[in-house]
Design a protein around this ligand. Structure first.
Ligand SMILES: [Zn+2]
Length: 95
């Protein structure tokens, strides 16, 4: 009689293990969805945030990176001396 009970327990454990293993493979798909989050645009001249690329008054490429501006007056200022505005942002990190 006791051997019959043991067999039942083993079968139950196998079924339980299958349930535990199954959900582990799903979080991989969840992390892939996170990739779609839009990047936040910030005007390098004023530090003001821009809602979207369509909202930006202009853009410039400096050292392979694209910068967007909050108003038309910021683009000529950035183009004149881009390192001034890009450096100012990184300075706080360095010192
Ligand atoms: Zn501006």
């Amino acid at each position: 009689m006791s051997s019959k009970v043991q067999f039942k327990n083993v079968f139950g454990l196998v079924a339980l293990a299958g349930l535990v293993i199954a959900p582990i493979s799903t979080p991989v798909q969840a992390s892939q969805l996170k990739k779609a989050t839009p990047i936040k645009l910030v005007c390098p001249v004023t530090g003001e945030s821009i809602d979207s690329v369509a909202d930006a008054a202009g853009s410039s490429v400096y050292k392979g990176k694209k910068y967007y501006f909050c108003c038309s007056g910021c683009k000529p200022l950035f183009d004149k001396n881009p390192s001034k505005y890009v450096k100012a942002k990184a300075a706080g990190k360095k010192n």
